[in-house]
Design a protein around this ligand. Structure first.
Ligand code: TPP
Length: 584
């Protein structure tokens, strides 16, 4: 049977076929659905861990004990998990261990752009890169073979396009490897697994030997292939860039690399000899290019194709035609279509809006974080002044306080972000006699990536009831004395609490709690604007709620979009916005 699967669905199917026993992840676009799909197979235990490092340690533990394990994360997630990635390269494991890692060229939903092929080289780990969903499935199976053959974790790299596009997959359950029936048992082998310097030094020798052997293996790896066409141009590529290149150079000879690290030196030299011109088409860094240059091969690469952003067939054709490699594009590229700009906004009724309105009223500088609430930085609220990576807000606000800035700034971060990487910087504020005010915008869910449960949701990945970590008890347990739980729709209380807490000469935490309205699908009666009372002052428009539409003589509310939260009514200075049935 054949099915159209996204890359992420295919990774999960591959994990099922490979007999994976444990899969752990922290959500992040574009990798989120890998574990969500793993969870659909009852042979796989799947969990959301609080962050990527924890997820990788969980997978490592399972693999140490003899069960095949998988871990998935977006590119920046591997920065968080890097410490564990590096030690696992030294220890190896008993059963196969695979890390599915998703880069996001073009930053569709990321705070930065990075090429994680560099991690493979840096951590001395093999990396595979499929070019479609069938390969995504197949490469997971191969990755487990390689992992066990060479006693090493294997990274399988994907990118947004591959993860989210559907192509045909052969659904052949007879390929399924029944998870090892041998008893999973923790192997006591401290020389291999206990990385104190004496053991680690010995293991480093093993790692160098492993990567040398893997480079030999890469020479014959079945998915490092030369596809013969004409010899005028030889294209070197991998992943989804291969598909784009095929559209632009249908007749060229190809070196399609399924294993992107380590690279097959001899195969590359043979290929370069066969073709007249070598053209490297790779998104992001000149990763292949630099290696080719060390081999003394003349290439065309980043001199014509960009390091930044995502490729497309149109972009490749345009740049290749400018360089005289192909004829000019026959048609206008669709990318040039003029689409209306739609800036991202907080959803109608989103409780984050109350927090940012209060902060704006008080004219506070906000050291923010990553999550839906980052939209508090968009106009008209425009009240987030820094954000860098998950969990950065509290460390940054502490630094701002310690350097002696007089006007108090605050940190704002979400519940999932707090569980991910906010706890340690809060400990730092408390330990180092900080004075920062931290607002945890607690909507009980990881909203930005599509409503995944987190330790504060009271539900596991599978939706089963579980311990709901009590944020208030947690922060009090760390030692915070000034703690308040506030409903962010109650603007007066929110503003009063903020004012009071920012005056304390000690750390304080405001837990601004209201469930994500999109998740709980909350809808109240929609208010109406009494245009006789409306003075057209524009105050309600300052909260940037999409259903509020300016008309000639005032403002009207689009009932279809509005969820009736009533925030606009609360801030109207002329009482012109009323709930149905309220006295006009
Ligand atoms: C290291 C890392 N992992 C994952 C992500 C993807 N990501 C961005 S924000 C976010 C969590 C947002 O949840 P929360 O803090 O609860 O805020 P909400 O979106 O619910 O308002 C995630 C998982 C990321 N940017 N960086």
């Amino acid at each position: 049977m054949k099915k159209l699967l996204t890359g992420n669905e295919a990774f999960a199917y591959g994990a099922y076929l490979a007999g994976v026993k444990v899969a752990a992840a922290y959500p992040g676009t574009p990798s989120t659905e890998v574990i969500q799909n793993c969870a659909k197979y009852d042979t796989i235990y799947a969990e959301w861990s609080p962050n990527e490092k924890v997820a990788l340690d969980v997978a490592i533990g399972a693999a140490y004990a003899g069960g095949r394990a998988l871990c998935a994360m977006k590119h920046v997630g591997l920065n968080v998990a890097a410490d564990s990635l590096f030690y696992s390269s030294f220890t190896g494991q008993k059963a196969g261990l695979v890390v599915v890692n998703a880069d996001d060229p073009g930053m569709h939903s990321s705070q930065n752009e990075q090429d994680n092929r560099n991690y493979a080289k840096f951590a001395k780990l093999p990396m595979l890169e499929p070019a479609d969903s069938e390969e995504a499935k197949q490469f997971i199976l191969l990755a487990y073979e390689i992992s066990e053959m060479f006693d090493t974790p294997v990274i399988v790299r994907t990118t947004t396009r591959l993860s989210h596009s559907r192509t045909i997959v052969d659904m052949d359950d007879s390929q399924r490897i029944v998870a090892s029936t041998e008893k999973v048992e923790f192997e006591r082998n401290p020389g291999k697994y206990h990385m104190v310097p004496g053991n680690a030094r010995r293991r480093h020798t093993v790692v160098e030997e492993k990567i040398r052997k893997l480079a030999e293996y890469a020479e014959t790896f079945a998915y490092n292939v030369i596809e013969t066409g004409n010899y005028e141009i030889g294209i070197v590529t991998s992943g989804v860039a291969y598909q784009y290149a095929r559209e632009v150079f249908p007749d060229a000879t190809y070196l399609k690399l399924g294993m992107v690290y380590p690279l097959p030196k001899q195969l590359i030299l043979d290929f370069a000899k066969r073709v007249k011109k070598v053209v490297i088409i790779e998104e992001l860094d000149p990763f292949f290019e630099e290696y080719f240059k060390t081999l003394g091969i003349e290439i065309i690469g980043k001199d014509i194709f960009p390091i930044e952003g995502e490729f497309s067939p149109y972009l490749i054709r345009e740049l290749a035609s400018k360089a005289g490699l192909v004829s000019a594009p026959a048609t206008e590229q669709p990318m040039n279509l003029e689409l209306p700009i739609r800036p991202p906004m907080l959803c109608p009724g989103c409780a984050h809006r109350g927090i940012f309105y209060a902060l704006k009223r008080l004219n506070v500088v906000v050291n923010g974080d990553i999550g839906c609430y980052a939209l508090g930085g968009s106009p008209p609220l425009s009240t987030m002044h820094t954000s860098g990576c998950m969990g950065a807000s509290i460390g940054v606000v502490h630094g701002v306080d310690k350097v002696g800035v007089k006007d108090r700034t605050v940190a704002v971060l979400g519940d999932s972000t707090f569980f991910h990487s906010g706890i340690h910087p809060l400990i730092n504020v408390l330990y180092n006699k900080g004075v920062s005010t931290v607002i945890i915008s607690d909507n009980r869910i990881t909203a930005m990536t599509g409503h995944q449960n987190n330790p504060g949701s009271g539900k596991t990945l599978l939706g089963e009831p579980t311990e709901q970590i009590d944020l208030e008890k947690l922060v009090r347990g760390l030692g915070a004395q000034k703690v308040a739980v506030v409903n962010p729709y109650e603007l007066d209380v929110m503003i009063k609490t903020l004012k009071e807490f920012m005056e304390y000469e000690e750390p304080s935490v405001i837990i601004a709690r209201y469930p994500c309205v999109l998740h709980v699908k909350e809808k109240h009666p929609v208010p109406e604007v009494d245009l006789e009372l409306c003075t057209n002052c524009g105050t309600c428009l300052k909260i940037g709620c999409p259903p509020l539409v300016k008309v000639e003589n005032g403002v009207v509310i689009d009932a279809l979009q509005c969820n009736g939260c009533g925030l606009c009514a609360k801030i109207c200075p002329f009482d012109a916005i009323k709930k149905p049935g309220e006295q006009q």
